[in-house]
Ligand binder design. Structure first.
Ligand code: ATP
Ligand code: MG
Length: 477
């Protein structure tokens, strides 16, 4: 029946008896101490799912069938097989095995089983369902038996697992070898981009102590735009009006924020205010930005290959970009020596350039810039470094992921110049937090701080007459 993709009988290993998957260790109980003043922590009951037993049984069956598939399929031949051929093949092998194991499944269970097996052979195994689930933002694998996902800004443990570390390593290997990379004991970590554009990072043992660590930032086909972000409460319409003027009037903008705080999303949304007539060059370590303009040149840096050759850094890209007549340069994230060229670009005729920085506040973003300059080996007096930063950067937008999972633009700060040795700044808008609702949601509101924009005159000259009311704070409630 399935001769085409089946290994010759002699090369197949003898089927081993089905082993039950190792039971997950029982959670250790915490010795209870009376709480003194902290809020009580809800005890999390293990959900007693009536379908759980059935699911466990199904997962055992899947493990066994998968093993048989790998034993039976000629993996080099299936690369050229059509999808329908392969699905038929999988069905046939699974029907035979189920009969042998005397297992009866209903139609729905069979369909799920076949899809899982197909994903296993052709796709990324257990990761496939999570990759297809649009509500999942991030996938975080901590060894084979624990996969967390991020949904609506919150992390939750998924019920997806790998069979064992070997299984997980096989999938990691499949991903990285597809992009011509290698990961093993001597190259224990790798950063790559999946075929669908998702960002992928893996670190394998022994550096990863309890099994391979994988993080995937899912690629969103539909990037959140300004209107979406306003609707989600990431900032207000008034802030959007201000940001539009700032980007259109070519202020140099830094989006600052912690990991996963929405920096790239904000940068992408801000770029929508750039005029279609401008030539934009983007430089990223992993191409994530999706600019809407027609005139965009995208660059992606490249790490060294396994022989340690061929690296093209963000700095190399940036230096080259300056020779490519850009109107604006957008660097996905500034994290190293490229900072020098970025500031120089911002200072020398490429105003309207933008980047993101990993920092917790506008002040912190500036210190990060100073540190990066120092780390790049530039020996300049601190005052000179600061005045370089002060004249390059006009606006710092702070993104933040709050405890309730919501992502908000917590501050918009203008850099106004130098006062003595210090960079002076003024906050124009901020998120004022007032409390926490019983469901854990953070309560607060966006407000103007009442300062007049340092760039008002520039806005006016460029045809953006922002009303004074935009900058007036609302009275406290
Ligand atoms: N305001 C928002 N509301 C809802 N989801 C958001 C919002 N902003 C960003 N996201 C989602 O959060 C995830 C992380 O966003 P993003 O990649 O922009 O963060 P980042 O700060 O650039 O992360 P990293 O530090 O990993 O580069 C994405 O899946 C994005 O779609
Ligand atoms: Mg990012």
């Amino acid at each position: 029946m399935f001769s085409r993709y089946k290994k010759p009988a002699s090369s197949r290993p003898k089927p081993a008896p089905a082993a039950a998957p190792a039971a997950a260790p029982a959670p250790a109980s915490q010795p209870g101490r009376p709480a003194v003043s902290r809020k009580p922590v809800e005890a999390r009951a293990v959900p007693v799912d009536k379908d759980r037993k059935r699911r466990e049984r199904l997962s055992e069956i899947k493990v066994e069938l998968h093993k048989r598939l790998l034993e039976n399929l000629n993996l080099s031949a299936i690369e050229h097989a059509s999808e329908s051929d392969l699905r038929a093949e999988i069905q046939a092998i699974s029907a035979e095995a189920l009969e042998e194991m005397s297992v009866v499944l209903n139609k729905e269970e069979r369909a799920t089983l076949h899809q899982d097996l197909f994903d296993e052979v052709m796709g990324l195994g257990p990761l496939e369902t999570l990759l297809k689930d649009d509500s999942v933002n991030d996938i975080l694998v901590n060894g084979p038996h624990q996969i967390f996902i991020e949904r609506d800004g919150r992390l939750e443990l998924s019920d997806v697992t790998f069979k064992d570390e070997k299984h997980l390593l096989r999938i990691i290997d499949k991903i990285v070898s597809a992009v011509g990379r290698r990961v093993d004991e001597s190259n224990p970590y790798v950063d790559a981009r999946l075929a669908d554009g998702s960002r992928f990072n893996a670190m394998v043992p022994p550096i990863a102590v309890d099994g391979s660590l994988v993080s995937i930032r899912k690629f969103k086909k539909e990037k959140l735009g300004i209107d979406d972000l306003v609707r989600f409460g990431a900032f207000t319409e008034e802030m959007a009006v201000y940001l539009q003027a700032a980007v259109a009037c070519r202020l140099n903008v830094i989006v600052s924020g912690g990991t996963g705080s929405g920096k790239t999303t904000t940068l992408n949304a801000l770029s929508s205010f750039i005029d279609n007539s401008e030539r934009i060059l983007t430089i990223e370590d992993t191409a994530e930005l999706q600019l809407q303009q027609i005139h965009v040149g995208r660059m992606e840096s490249r790490p060294a290959n396994v022989e340690g050759k061929g690296a093209v850094s963000q700095r190399d890209c940036l230096r080259n970009a300056l020779r490519m007549r850009p109107d604006r340069i957008i660097v996905g994230e500034t994290r190293g020596e490229e900072v020098i060229d970025m500031l120089q670009a911002m200072n020398t005729g490429h105003d309207g350039s933008m980047t993101t920085i990993h920092a917790n506040s506008a002040r912190d973003a500036v210190s990060r810039l100073e540190n990066m300059i120092a780390m790049a080996g530039i020996e300049m007096p601190l005052k000179a470094v600061r005045s370089q930063i002060a004249s390059a950067v006009n606006l710092i937008v702070q993104a933040s992921r709050l405890q309730d999972g919501s992502r908000r633009m917590v501050s918009i700060t203008e850099v106004t110049g130098m006062e003595g040795e210090v960079i002076s700044m003024q906050e124009v808008f901020r998120f004022e937090r007032t409390g926490v609702a019983p469901d854990g949601k953070i309560i607060g509101r966006y407000n103007a701080t009442g300062v007049r924009s340092h760039y008002s005159e520039r806005f006016r000259q460029w045809g953006y007459d922002l009303p004074a009311s935009l900058f007036e704070p609302m009275a406290a409630e």
